[in-house]
Design a protein around this ligand. Structure first.
Ligand code: IFM
Length: 444
């Protein structure tokens, strides 16, 4: 056990994370309107078994007992997201009092139990009306988001110390508008590039809004891994460069250096698309960050195909999680060291974890030893990065509990707490107990 945390600073913090659509349910209660995920999940074939987030973990109704469970894990922080259509129905106009009240009570419960609230403003649940008006490819959506950020801060800013604007804009832009595997399910690369820029603009505008209101712990969360070439063949090297360009640098270069990378702009232009930059946008997007959130699950090795827009991901023969994602903890170390060297912003691991096949509860226990191993090896990888000089301040496990895993529905379980979706009973898995003990020992 001590090996895992050796090498981490004494003030390193620990937490668990969730997102609104994945756990709340209550999709049509108390004035909430539909989000793009409510619509998309009803599209035949979009989500396995036709599942939706209508009920999910019923967290909306079980919040106090869920917070008590979080507190029992001994974590410092709980990262959650707010549902835009619950707080500001239709994405415009005044706040819905019942919607914001839910989050106000959540924040109070957390503070009462000694857990710091960490609020993410957008984890993929765009109000459907804003999608109907053009969605993220439409510039106005960025301004609507900044307005939303201000409204949320008006209500919760006195009690929430840490604010993340967007979670994984790559998924919103690429999976939502290019690949079509996520809501809203469009398949148009040019729209995805417009969405990418407007998501970054939305982040920058919201960051400015929050800064003027005095927020001092502010950031964005990206999903990343390493991208290596399968061989020295220049075509494979180029395939890895492109994947890193569209996966990492297209976000971090504007955020930190205030410009898009030239090679990425050229790749985009070669595909007949463009980034719609207006004068002043890059200054807004590069509003300084206090904390940069890193979500890590796996890393990739790329081989070129005949199509420069598509690379083949070459399996390396490693063990995989239930998602089919290879387990590559050393990629985590390399990624964090590289991010530190190239961008130099203090980092927090805002998500890391794994889905493994569902295990039954036996005598009150869920023996998820594979998840314990995954978490252990990845926390060790973070410690190795810290030892190599990376500035990483904390680690939040994904996820607090099993939940709606987007296009996979409820079949993929990432929780350290098991959820029985029939009864909504929560059971701490072995991984939750292990994580709790790790936190206790790290304090000692
Ligand atoms: O469940 C998701 C989460 O919503 C965003 N990051 C990746 C997780 C696992 O796929």
């Amino acid at each position: 056990m001590s090996d895992v945390i050796a090498g981490l600073p004494s003030d390193f913090f620990w937490g668990v994370a969730t997102s609104a659509y994945q756990i709340e349910g209550a999709y049509d209660e108390d004035g909430r309107t539909l989000s793009i995920w409510d619509t998309f999940s009803r599209r035949p074939g979009a989500v396995e078994n036709g599942e939706t987030g209508d009920v999910a973990c019923d967290h909306y109704h079980r919040m106090p007992s869920d917070v008590a469970m979080i507190a029992r894990l001994g974590v410092d922080k709980y990262r959650f997201s707010v549902s835009w259509p619950r707080i500001q129905p239709c994405g415009r106009g005044p706040v819905n009092p019942k919607g914001i009240d839910f989050y106000s009570r959540l924040v109070d419960e957390l503070l009462d139990k000694g857990v710091d609230p960490w609020l993410t403003l957008y984890h993929w649940d765009l109000p459907q009306e804003l999608e109907d008006a053009g969605g993220w490819p439409h510039r106005d959506t960025a301004y609507r988001f900044a307005e939303f950020a201000g409204l949320v801060h008006d209500a919760l800013g006195d009690r929430v110390p840490t604010w993340t604007t967007l979670n994984e804009p790559w998924c919103s832009a690429m999976l939502g508008y290019d690949v079509g595997r996520h809501a809203p399910g469009r398949t148009n690369f040019a729209e995805a590039m417009r969405a990418t820029h407007h998501l970054l603009l939305a982040h920058g505008l919201a960051a400015q809004e929050l800064r003027t209101r005095g927020v001092t712990s502010l950031g964005i969360t990206l999903n990343m891994g390493t991208h290596s070439p399968a061989s020295d063949d220049p075509r494979d090297v180029d395939a890895a460069r492109r994947a890193d360009g569209l996966g990492t640098r297209i976000y971090l270069d504007p955020l930190v250096h205030g410009r898009y990378p030239e090679d990425v702009l050229a790749d985009i232009a070669a595909r007949g698309a463009a980034i719609p930059v207006h004068p002043g946008d890059m200054e807004i997007i590069s509003t300084p960050l206090d904390v940069f959130g890193v979500n890590y699950y796996t890393s990739h090795v790329h081989k070129a195909t005949g199509d420069p827009a598509v690379s083949e991901v070459v399996p390396q023969g490693r063990p995989v999680t239930a998602m089919g994602w290879e387990i590559v903890p050393e990629g985590f170390t390399s990624l964090l060291v590289r991010l530190h060297q190239d961008y130099g912003v203090p980092m927090v691991i805002t998500e890391n974890g794994a889905a493994f096949d569902d295990l039954d509860v036996v005598d009150g226990h869920v023996a998820d030893t594979d998840r314990v191993e995954y978490l252990k090896s990845h926390i060790e990888a973070v410690a190795a990065a810290v030892q190599a000089g990376a500035d990483v301040r904390g680690y939040l496990a994904w996820s607090l509990m099993d939940n709606f895993e987007w296009g996979y529905g409820y079949g993929k379980r990432f929780g350290i707490v098991r959820v029985d979706y029939e009864t909504q009973e929560r059971t701490l898995k072995q991984s939750a107990r292990w994580f709790r003990d790790l936190i206790t020992r790290s304090r000692a």
